[in-house]
Design a binder for this molecule. Structure first.
Ligand code: CP
Ligand code: NVA
Length: 312
């Protein structure tokens, strides 16, 4: 395999505040180049990215594949049936095989431990495209959106309402490096991973709280929600519909939050469950800006992690 080069992107707190801000700066640059259709910006020319998916995807697949291509590279989509990670072949074998051909591996997997194993055995950077545990690329796109809409991330109040899932874990880990107020409002029994919450509190950078009290949305700069049942949990939706009913992000919850509050959702959304069509389509909804920013945030991450700056 070629010599090891670059950094994995597995968790947001694997990076310093300055490194995260550098990725966001690079993301802004990528977006500006895209908007001006600057076709000369090809920092990934001659490079390839293998993308392993064991779950469905619209945004992650298209934004990574399109984004890498636009900056000169070639991306390979490996669907859930192609590699059959861990079934047809052990994860540690696939890590060494794919890193023998490619400059970077992006993976969307169920078990977070599989992603860590992939990274351990890969000689090229591994980028986390979502696991059951976290979704750092999404939260970088959300951070970029917040920066564009509010002019800042630090000093804002972000309130997540819903299931204490992978999205929440990445917000908590961002809060270990950037300073803002993060509140997770969830029904009892659906709290985020306790050690991740404790870790975020112990970092002493941001104010962190987890509560079942809806009133915590008051004064939020962002109200964020996500599906009540994530990929891999869809069969539990009937119980969840009952447990989450008081936590729907609807017009009255947005009114309780206040006029300053933006609405965010990583998508895909289930209108009528975690949110309503009215909120999704309202002027404070920035859900499609978040989706658009996935491509630029990820290109910023790739530029940073592949140390591609010298090719720019
Ligand atoms: N938000 C997000 O990751 O979307 P996909 O599941 O469609 O990739
Ligand atoms: N929490 C959701 C996010 C999808 C982008 C899931 O894991 O299914």
């Amino acid at each position: 395999a070629p010599p090891k080069r670059g950094k994995h992107f597995l968790h947001l707190d694997d990076f310093t505040r300055e490194e995260l801000l550098d990725m966001l700066e690079k993301a802004k640059l990528c977006k500006a180049k895209f908007y001006t259709r600057d076709e000369s910006f090809k920092p990934f020319a001659g490079q390839t990215m293998a993308m392993i998916f064991t779950k469905p995807s619209a945004r992650t697949r298209v934004s990574f594949e399109t984004g890498f291509f636009r900056l000169g590279g070639h991306a390979l989509y490996l669907d859930p049936n192609t590699i059959q990670l861990g079934k047809r072949e052990p994860t540690k074998d696939i890590a060494r095989v794919l890193s023998g051909y490619n400059d970077v591996i992006m993976a969307r997997l169920f078990a977070h431990s599989d992603l860590l194993e992939l990274a351990q055995y890969s000689s090229v950077p591994v980028i986390n495209g979502l696991t059951d545990y976290n979704h750092p690329c999404q939260i970088m796109a959300d951070a970029l959106t917040l920066l564009e809409r509010k002019g800042r991330i630090e000093g804002t109040k972000v309130v997540y309402v819903g299931d204490g899932n992978n999205i929440v874990h990445s917000w908590l880990r961002l809060a270990m490096r950037l300073s803002f107020e993060f509140v997770c409002v969830c029904p009892p029994g659906y709290e985020p991973c306790p050690s991740t919450v404790e870790g975020a509190k112990a970092a002493g950078i941001s104010s962190i709280s987890v509560t079942s009290d809806i009133n915590a949305v008051k004064g939020a700069d962002v109200i964020y929600t996500d599906v009540w049942a994530s990929m891999g949990q869809k069969e539990t939706i009937d119980t969840r519909k009952v447990d989450f009913a008081p936590y729907q992000v609807n017009e009255s919850l947005m009114a309780l939050a206040g006029r300053q509050a933006l609405f965010m959702h990583c998508l895909p959304a289930e209108r009528g469950l975690e949110t309503t069509d009215g909120v999704m389509e309202s002027p404070v909804s920035v859900v499609f800006q978040e989706a658009e920013n996935r491509m630029h945030a990820q290109n910023g991450i790739l530029l940073h992690c592949l140390e591609a700056t010298k090719r720019m």
